[in-house]
Design a protein around this ligand. Structure first.
Ligand code: PMP
Length: 410
């Protein structure tokens, strides 16, 4: 730089002309705003009966048990509880999760588990470890919204696999795998978000066989499976022949203990877990030590299964309250799926209804649902909607459905 092209000195106290900052990454720019999110923001008003959220019932949290567990680890082992930890997770919690997984038919040891910051983090770690921009990822139709986001952020080409009221169609999956050579299939086989549907055992076996024959990772996301109200538990896809070495099973304490703990986990082949652990190191080093140790303490001192049975009992009554009121609330010709567990009912209004367009009017009646359209990776069915039945009491559910009926009748 010569004296002549040097920038002129800026007199003190005078503002400097500034060049614009560089652009956001394309993936961040593409996310943009969401009109549905903006409408639903007003549902935070206390008078709104909000079926739109996916919030576990707060009065059913075992707050005393969780508080006692935190108290025990903070007074008993404060130096460990407040210290950095390993990326893969606290050994006591990994061992407890492995034990629970093995007890449900999938032999697992502590090294086969990585603790994650909610199972949501597992989705972004898997996207980082497996997905190159442009890779195809197969998802259900409709699909858990934040999984669509995680895969889209990674630059995936997301393709929806058709299905019906029992979940995704293995024959359609086979054809799409042959056509697209996808990296992975993402599925929530039990009490799915958003539909509440559960994939029968036969289809699970067929999906495992497709993955084995054609070469495919399966991401089996199961945050709701423990919340079963009736019927027999269906084995994880990971237990079927062919799926063993290519299925990542995701679990979470969010729906059975408390979502604020942000504790989830992944179980899968050692090589993939290693890649995810490296990705996790870059993301957050590790999941909070104190939360992990408190959860391990809670599991040692309490019967989580008995707690979950109590929660599921209350949720079953709430589901029944919603099912009892839907017929009078939704327009003639609507249909819905009766879930055997979980948190959600998925309904379809008659052709011609658009649940996104109807939402502002519905919210004026102090009630809310989530329109179905954003849950679709492919062509949306705009007549669908999701309602969460666990957050309100049966009385509030009846009141909310009454308001919804009035709103929809215009
Ligand atoms: N997967 C599914 C299907 C979900 O519905 C949710 C929560 N709504 C998550 C993952 C993330 O749960 P968390 O991070 O709280 O474990």
């Amino acid at each position: 730089m010569t004296v002549t092209d040097a920038p002129a000195p800026v007199p003190t106290g005078q503002s400097q002309a500034s060049a614009p900052v560089p652009a956001f990454a394309a993936r961040a720019a593409a996310v943009g705003g969401s009109p549905v999110r903006d409408i639903l923001a007003v549902t935070a008003r206390p008078e709104v009966i909000n079926f739109a959220g996916g919030l576990p019932a707060p009065e059913l949290f075992d707050a005393a048990g969780v508080a006692a567990a935190f108290q025990a680890v903070l007074t008993g082992t404060p130096g460990t509880a407040l210290q950095y930890s390993t990326t893969e997770g606290e050994p006591a919690l990994r061992a407890a999760i492995a034990g629970r997984t093995a007890a449900r038919g999938l032999p697992t040891d502590a090294d086969g588990i990585i603790v994650t910051t909610g199972s949501q983090q597992a989705l972004s770690l898997l996207a980082t470890a497996l997905v190159e921009p442009g890779d195809t990822v197969l998802v259900e139709s409709p699909c858990y919204l934040a999984a669509l986001q995680a895969f889209s952020f990674a630059g995936a080409h997301v393709v929806a696999v058709p299905g019906d009221d029992e979940g995704l169609d293995p024959a359609a999956l086979d054809g799409l795998v042959a056509a697209h050579r996808p990296k992975l299939l993402y599925t929530v086989p039990t009490f799915q978000n958003p539909t509440g549907r559960t994939l029968p055992a036969g289809r699970r076996a067929e999906i495992a066989a497709v993955a084995a024959r054609r070469g495919l990772w399966i991401v089996e996301d199961d945050p709701y499976g423990e919340l079963r109200f009736e019927g027999e538990r269906v084995p994880w896809i990971a237990t079927y022949p062919g799926a063993e070495d290519r299925t990542v099973l995701l679990g979470s304490f969010s729906k059975v203990m408390a979502p604020g703990l942000r504790l989830g986990w992944m179980r899968g082949p050692a090589t993939l877990l290693r890649a995810c652990a490296i990705a996790k190191q870059a993301a957050d080093l590790h999941t909070p030590t104190v939360n992990q140790l408190a959860a391990a303490r809670y599991l040692a001192d309490n019967d989580l299964d008995a707690h979950v049975a109590r929660v599921a009992g209350a949720y079953a009554q709430r589901r029944d309250a919603m099912l009892a009121g839907l017929g009078a609330s939704l327009p003639e010709g609507s249909s819905w799926i009766r879930p055997a567990g979980g948190m959600f009912i998925w309904a379809k209004l008659p052709e011609g209804y658009d649940t996104t367009a109807l939402l502002p009017e519905v919210v004026k009646h102090d009630v809310a649902y989530v329109p179905g359209a954003p849950f679709y990776a492919g062509e949306p069915d705009v007549a669908t909607l999701r309602m969460c039945f666990v957050t309100q009491t049966p009385g509030e559910i009846a009141e909310g459905l009454g308001r919804l009926g009035e709103a929809l009748r215009g």
